[in-house]
Design a protein around this ligand. Sequence first.
Ligand code: FMN
Length: 366
Amino acid sequence: MTNSHDQVKFAYWVPNVSGGLVISKIEQRTGWDIDYNRRLAQIAEQAGFDYALSQIRFTAGYGAEFQHEPVAFSHALLAATTKLKVIAALLPGPWNPAVAAKQIATISQLTEGRVAVNIVSGWFRGEFTAIGEPWLDHDERYRRSEEFIRALRGIWTQDNFTFRGDFYRFSDYTLKPKPAHPLPEIFQGGSSRAARDMAARVSDWYFTNGNSVAEIKKQIDDIRAKARANNHSVKIGVNAFAIARDTEAEARAVLDEIIVKADPEAVNAFGHEVKNAGKASPEGQGNWAQSSFEDLVQYNDGFKTNLIGTPEQIAERIVALKEVGVDLVLLGFLHFQEEVEYFGGRVIPLVRALEAKTGAHAEAAE
Ligand SMILES: Cc1cc2nc3c(=O)[nH]c(=O)nc-3n(C[C@H](O)[C@H](O)[C@H](O)COP(=O)(O)O)c2cc1C
């Protein structure tokens, strides 16, 4: 269970692919190059962000014409910062767990344990075809991801690691050196039944698309109940696209402009492609399964979380998410450097003040 005295953590999406975080022709003062990103990482750690999350894309699609590889890119951001933790995206299939475990262990050694990983299970079939990688059915992708996670954890924590899976096998394998401490945290993306069950068994963190507080609560209650039964504990991260402005009207006007300038062809093509995600699962639920055209304009349903308004409104909504068990808010922005700074200056202090008040109430009630 989340301790109400713990502070909610903040992460931002690393723009290591071009085109920003919304499928819209609105101006996005966001660069995908390394100079922009190094500066952004420094601004973010100064602003009170705990994590940066990189993205894995092998090909263009609906924007993202250029895509930097996330493990190498994450290391460059770690080298440019001192406190920030950087989460490198890994896609089982293209990535082999022995190579990934060794790469990440080395980066962990080089950065005093500031690297983490996000295991993504794949939704973009065209990308797999383009690189000649077999495409598995939805739940098979998660079975493979779970073996991938078990392999990473085993290699990082045990000598003479032996594992007999359907996708991966290890025999008496000892990695040296192992990662530095703390061990790299293992995040996962996805919210279908298979994704939740995997989180409740093996992941340190579960990342889900944006949604209302009520819908997020349903997911959390489900996962935490299952995790408890498995004697496992998992933390929860939720995506949101933040539009924080001095007035609510200004923030709403920005959202309207993003939607008005959305690229319908690209949004619809993306909507078609993501049917291979949750919708293709046996239960037909999961990420994007119920997304409208407007929701899809932000790649991970980030408008649904409604962190759009004044700093005060946003801070209250973040605390409401925390109240239902959210441990981390993952944020995208239109103009990353400018808005990460504004968010750190104007929103995070309000969240901390509200948390202190809630903490004080909780103590008084104890
Ligand atoms: C926060 C977050 C980050 C993700 N990052 C990536 C990524 O970098 N590359 C990718 O191909 N998929 C990414 N995904 C997609 C998921 O790994 C997964 O394939 C997708 O959400 C399918 O969800 P489902 O299990 O609900 O079907 C991400 C998902 C979330 C929620």
